[in-house]
Design a binder for this molecule. Structure first.
Ligand code: AMP
Ligand code: ZN
Ligand code: FE
Ligand code: FE
Length: 276
């Protein structure tokens, strides 16, 4: 049987592995197929595709778009996107601009909490300008204001913590549209974070095609519930580890391995889009 992990980050977003390293790590973990899901960038896809061809592993182009719903962050995955689509790439650049401006806002809020972090401390840890909270958390730890990344989130920049800024102006509805325009398959990432399964119905109305059922933080009960929901609503099922390398040390690549049959379903959906 073949297995896949469809949610991986490289250092083109907030993971710590180069695309080529990630591909080798995936191979070592016994995976046959992986998908990149870097936040708001497709830049890691080409180098990963090259490495995947060399290592003899299948690589699915993907992305994880940051959006905002009721002041909370919602992540929409896009699989098998036409990642060379010009309009799509332009939209991503706009989201990354927001990432930079919210970093400034979070650093200001941290100052108010007597946590003194300079922009450069954070950008140093970031390969491109695609900066995020994990980079900021690492800088907070490096400067000794927290013992660990999870403590940095808990005390300062977690979703309900005092220096958190969401700031993503993109709505889930728009993110889904952007992915569909780039002929990709929109999938709701880690649905448990929403804390409101009713929203899934709303998102289906916008064109959502799948949900990430298999995810490290999903309890057995949640997983069963999402499996049932997906079947009832005719949604595709995906899953992945959300591996970020050393930035999320408790999560190893391939701790979620999904049957390859689910990848085949994604491809069938893509074929339908192509013939439309
Ligand atoms: P951002 O896109 O900048 O909002 O950062 C989101 C990323 O932060 C997610 O992909 C997670 O990897 C990470 N993250 C969010 N909450 C936590 C947490 N409590 N502990 C560790 N990492 C977290
Ligand atoms: Zn991340
Ligand atoms: Fe996410
Ligand atoms: Fe992710």
């Amino acid at each position: 049987m073949k297995f896949a992990d469809l949610h991986l980050h490289t250092n083109y977003s907030d993971g710590t592995s180069e695309p080529v390293e990630l591909v080798r790590e995936a191979k070592k973990a016994g995976l046959d197929c992986i998908a990149l899901a870097d936040h708001d960038t497709i830049e890691g896809i080409n180098p990963a595709l090259e490495a995947a061809a060399q290592e003899g592993i299948e690589l699915i182009p993907g992305i994880e778009l940051s959006c905002e719903y009721n002041d909370a962050e919602v992540h929409i995955l896009g699989y098998l996107i036409d990642y060379k689509d010009k309009q799509f790439i332009e939209k991503l650049a706009a989201i990354r601009k927001i990432r930079e401006s919210r970093l400034h806002e979070m650093i200001e809020k941290l100052k108010g909490l007597k946590v003194d972090i300079q922009i450069e401390d954070v950008l140093k840890l970031c390969r491109t300008n695609n900066v995020g909270r994990l980079h900021l958390a690492r800088a907070i730890v490096k400067k000794g204001y927290a013992q660990s990344i999870s403590e940095a989130f808990q005390r300062f920049i977690g979703d309900n913590s005092p220096a958190y800024v969401c700031g993503f102006k993109l709505k889930p509805e728009e993110a889904i549209k952007i992915i569909l325009s780039a002929r990709g398959i929109p999938v709701l990432a880690h649905p448990y974070i929403l804390g409101n399964d009713g929203l899934i119905t709303q998102f289906i109305g916008y064109g959502l095609r799948g949900i990430e059922v298999y995810y490290p933080e999903h309890t057995k009960n949640k997983t069963l519930l999402y499996e049932k929901l997906a079947k009832e609503r005719g949604l595709l099922i995906t899953g992945g580890s959300d591996y970020h390398g050393a930035s999320k040390p408790e999560i190893n690549i391939g701790i979620i391995k999904i049957p390859y049959a689910l990848v085949e379903k994604l491809k069938e959906e893509k074929a339908k889009i192509e013939t439309r």
